[in-house]
Design a protein around this ligand. Sequence first.
Ligand SMILES: [Ca+2]
Length: 173
Amino acid sequence: MGEPRRLLKVLVLQGRHLAVRDFRTSDPYVIVKLGNQTAKTRVINSCLNPVWNEELTFSVTEPLGILKLEVFDKDRFKADDKMGHAYVDLQAIASAARLKQVLQASVGETKIRKVVPSKENCLVKESFVRYAEGEIVQDVCLRLSDVETGDIELKIKWVDGASTAAVATAKTL
Ligand SMILES: [Ca+2]
């Protein structure tokens, strides 16, 4: 067995008040990048408040870096139009994940960290990193840049392969 595999699961929940790129609406989709890994959601046609509820999975590599999001309007006969971009600094969730072993004894839900909106991030409101049901989760609401309007809501989950295996072993004993 090699290094335990750690995953970052990015649940792209929804977009709100996205920009118009066609006549009255847009056909939005989101590209999410972590390092050299890229994943994208499906296109939702003719919608400025799309609900994707789509989970994109990335391998966690060191250094962890920044999660980047780009929103586009799908077009049939020309290049897709830009609808803004945003990023998430993953340091808060990464450092919370390091605390996980300490938290394993705790019951229910624990808020570990709070990130407040500032010029240094894209947050629309306070973002909490929490420990719930054995997982480290961060709820994020992002304001898109370089666009007239638009927010994107995400849920980021840190999945530690090693501890999942440990829990499974504990259950069989
Ligand atoms: Ca379009």
